[in-house]
Write a protein that binds this ligand. Structure first.
Ligand code: BGC
Ligand code: IFM
Length: 811
């Protein structure tokens, strides 16, 4: 069952009922100012950091879900309603929500009044703009009242939820003409405030939530809206809000348009006060003056669309598969941008107050983002590397505003260092910009101990070399990619997941997954060394990689698949010797992607085992059989009920690893089968089972052991976005950036047919035509570059050209 449809021409998903199984959201904002916005107008806004600079309030675990947002109420006689249905939930005569790329549109109709909202964040200003157009579709004159509504968050979203004894006394607002200022905390050391304004003379305002709603009403029955009149109260403490009242008369067929602006303003220290105690509002006035008319709004909206069209044109496919076209050209790339911006901080499943930027997460997000805006990827790599420790290990997370490592979580996840190599290598393969390797980058943000980025990568590499266990495999530390595989955490408090009460790094527990990573990214590190002319270091690295391959072959192979790990007692994890958790997905994907077992047939065996033991119709599960009880020696992974999350859920993130691994052994049919199973567009028809948004990936789909097999959770902020884009664009479609130039080597299903890709690479546009006359799955018979046949798959980069025309014919 569907709750809407894709409108590919407009790059939108059109939701046709507000009653989606879960809130289906969109992200507004490209850089610093962000809004999460659901299909019923729920959500919140923040500047840079969802924890520290939260502008509007959201309510977690609320009994009526998703009832705080930026709402517009309309009072039409005795009827009060919202164009996005929530929070009054007055039945609408018609409803539509269009989530587009960086914007959303809502159209609600009730009793002949149509209210159309368009909302977005211009790409270069910290402001959310909403154009509200009210139209009288009937035959009689209408006198209605429009009310806006936002509830301010008192900036630090964490404190805002907990520190009532203080917070209920600190709220401060000011109203000048049609602009409502939220000034809470400005009087101390803060330098920022928020504004909510409309480009028309208002008929009233409200800044006290209790006045607006009535002390015991919910947002569905606000007393002032029912009364039809705001009380012009200036809030003092309690719960400050911002609401405008506009009385609107509409003749039959007439429309009126208003532009609302919700902005963030930051004053420099010496520019904070106009006179003692009076906030300097110059910047706010300047910001708002840019968006005073419908024309201003339309111009900024057109600029945003042009910006996105340009970004998305960097990779464009035309094939006969509409799902692939749509996901590759629009939604997958869009989600990559969102994950790049948010890491794992703010979604409808991440509160924005817990995790900030993940070290491994952000490094992986780069893989799907780097082709879009390489300069931002460059800056991000430096930020991430700046949180690394001198021994090569890393803070697991850092805060987006301060860019400092999060010491509450600390370090000890032994895969983290290698992801820095992965991200940097992807950046250099994309851009050819080796100057980044010479950048001076601090450790733990301390410039006095800075080195080149290249040295950071060496320390990443050597962290693994220097932390091996009894089988010469990498020590796992607190966990590897699988945060919940806590082999050194003998928790005395089993309920308290993720807290490592034992030693953070035991000398015994080892990870075959990190071993696979080391082979893959160790080779990429060696390639970078060679590129920088350090052949001796490259040889040393490759020798270490060889040792690791031998260790995997000796103790990381279980006969039919790769072992997952060794626990702190040196017992195998993910082996046929185990009662539960006999096979895990991660080492099968990572080791084969690294090329381990490809020659001797073990790769094929491992992937066949994955198909036989882990596959379901909704995707490949992370492990089987599911753990039915808590295992102290395995940690949090066994705390989940069978079929959920890391305990045998379908973790979408590592499905593309299997798909990529299949392309490494040339099985395009199977690679694509795996791709399809979790691909949102392919499963749109089962939205009632899947439940999360059909236009983006979710982190997890419940596995075969779960009660709700096929139900997804945790949409948007997942490494799945970057890895599926990497998989489809670089491995299945086969357009892979190497250090020397673009490689063309597709691995598609036999029936996929011919296709064309436009790829902007280092400023050059490649028009690539791929023909598959004999319906093979892999192998390029001839590669014509601007009419000339070349040897091999790599088109040597030539920056003097503007466009390059390529014809690849498969065998
Ligand atoms: C996992 C969660 C786990 C968390 C630990 C995440 O990466 O997906 O399942 O609870 O780490 O806090
Ligand atoms: O690898 C992690 C990631 O860092 C956060 N989400 C879950 C993954 C698997 O545990």
């Amino acid at each position: 069952m569907k709750y809407g449809f894709f409108d590919d021409n407009n790059k939108e998903y059109v939701i046709t009922t507000p009653k989606t199984p879960l809130p289906w959201i969109n992200y507004l904002g490209c850089k610093d100012f962000f809004t999460l916005l659901s299909n019923t107008c729920g959500g919140y806004t923040f500047y840079k950091d969802a924890k520290l600079l939260r502008m509007t309030r959201y309510r977690y675990n609320d009994t009526t879900p998703d009832t705080n947002g930026k709402y517009f109420y309309i009072k039409d006689g005795d009827t009060i309603w919202n164009p996005g249905w929530q929070p009054t939930k007055t039945e609408l005569d018609s409803y539509e929500c269009r989530h587009g790329i960086g914007y959303s549109k809502f159209t609600g109709v009730k009793n002949d009044i149509e209210a159309a909202l368009v909302t977005f964040v211009p790409f270069d200003d910290p402001v959310e703009l909403t154009k509200v157009t009210l139209t009288n579709k009937g035959n009689t004159k209408k006198d209605i009242t429009l009310f806006s509504y936002v509830e301010w968050c008192l900036w630090n979203a964490d404190d805002d939820m907990k520190n009532y004894q203080r917070n209920l006394s600190i709220g401060e607002v000011e109203v000048i003409d049609s602009t409502i200022y939220h000034k809470t905390e400005y009087r101390e050391r803060r330098n920022h405030y928020a504004v909510y304004s409309v480009n028309a003379k208002i008929d009233g305002f409200e800044t006290s939530r209790d006045e607006f709603r009535g002390a015991y009403n919910g947002p569905d029955k606000p007393a002032a809206v029912i009364e039809g009149k705001l009380h012009n109260t200036i809030a003092s403490g309690w719960y400050p809000i911002a609401s405008h009242q506009l009385n609107v008369s509409l003749n039959p067929g007439e429309s009126k348009t208003f532009v609302f602006a919700l902005g963030y303003v930051e004053n420099a220290e010496d520019d904070k006060w106009e006179k003692p105690g009076v906030i300097n509002k110059k910047k706010a006035t300047a910001l708002l003056s840019k968006y005073q008319t419908t024309e201003d709004f339309d111009k900024a909206f057109a600029a945003l669309n042009a910006y996105w069209n340009d970004l998305l044109s960097k990779f464009h496919i035309e094939s006969k598969d509409e799902h692939v076209n749509r996901m590759v050209n629009i939604w997958n790339q869009y989600q990559c941008m969102v994950t790049f911006n948010m890491s794992r901080s703010a979604s409808y499943y991440e509160t924005g107050i817990g995790r900030g930027m993940g070290f491994r997460d952000s490094c992986q997000d780069l893989l799907g983002f780097v082709h879009l805006i390489p300069d931002r990827a460059r800056e991000r790599i430096i930020d991430i590397a700046s949180t690394q420790f001198q021994d090569g290990s890393a803070y697991h997370q850092y805060q987006p505003l301060t860019k400092k490592g999060n010491s509450d979580i600390g370090s000890g996840f032994n895969d983290d260092p290698l992801w820095l190599i992965a991200g940097t290598s992807a950046y250099i393969r994309e851009t050819g910009d080796t100057s980044i390797l010479n950048e001076t980058v601090p450790y733990d943000n301390d410039m006095s101990v800075a080195t080149s980025l290249m040295e950071h990568l060496k320390r990443s590499f050597d962290y693994i070399v220097n932390h091996k266990g009894p089988h010469d495999l990498p020590l796992i530390g607190r966990a590897d990619w699988n945060d919940c595989l806590n082999l050194n955490c003998f928790s005395e408090h089993p309920g308290e997941s993720f807290q490592c009460f034992g030693p953070s790094e035991g000398p015994v527990a080892e990870s075959v997954f990190i071993a696979g990573m080391f082979v893959k990214y160790g080779r990429e590190y060696a390639d970078l060394c060679k590129l920088m002319g350090d052949n001796a270091e490259a040889d040393r690295a490759l020798a270490e990689v060889d040792k690791m391959i031998k260790a995997i072959e000796k103790d990381g192979w279980d006969g039919e698949w790769f072992v997952r790990a060794y626990d702190a007692y040196s017992h195998k994890v993910g082996s046929k010797e185990c009662d539960e958790g006999q096979i895990y997905i991660e080492p099968q994907g990572m080791c084969v992607m690294a090329g381990v077992g490809v020659e001797d047939g073990n790769a094929k065996k491992a992937l066949d085992s994955v198909k036989e033991k882990l596959d379901t119709k909704y995707g490949v599960m992370i492990l089987q059989p599911a753990y039915t009880r808590y295992h102290l020696e395995l940690g949090e992974i066994t705390s989940y009920p069978p079929g959920y999350k890391e305990n045998a859920g379908i973790f979408c993130h590592n499905n593309p690893w299997i798909s990529i691994a299949e392309t490494c052994i040339g099985r395009g049919d199977r690679a694509f089968e795996v791709y399809k199973k979790t691909c949102p567009s392919y499963i749109e028809d089962i939205s009632e089972i899947h439940r999360t948004e059909p236009y983006v990936y979710s982190q997890m789909v419940a596995g075969a052991d779960a009660k709700f097999h096929g139900e997804a959770k945790n949409s948007w902020l997942t490494g799945t976005a970057a890895w599926t884009f990497t998989n489809i664009s670089q491995y299945i479609l086969g357009i892979y950036p190497t250090l020397e130039g673009l490689s063309v080597n597709p691995c598609t299903p036999a029936e996929f047919g011919d296709f064309n890709v436009t790829r902007v690479y280092r400023g050059v546009t490649y028009n690539i035509e791929i023909k598959n006359p004999n319906k093979v799955q892999k192998g390029v018979a001839s590669l014509l570059v601007d009419g000339k046949e070349i040897e091999g798959n790599i088109i040597p980069f030539d920056g003097s050209k503007k466009t390059v025309n390529v014809v690849a014919t498969m065998k």
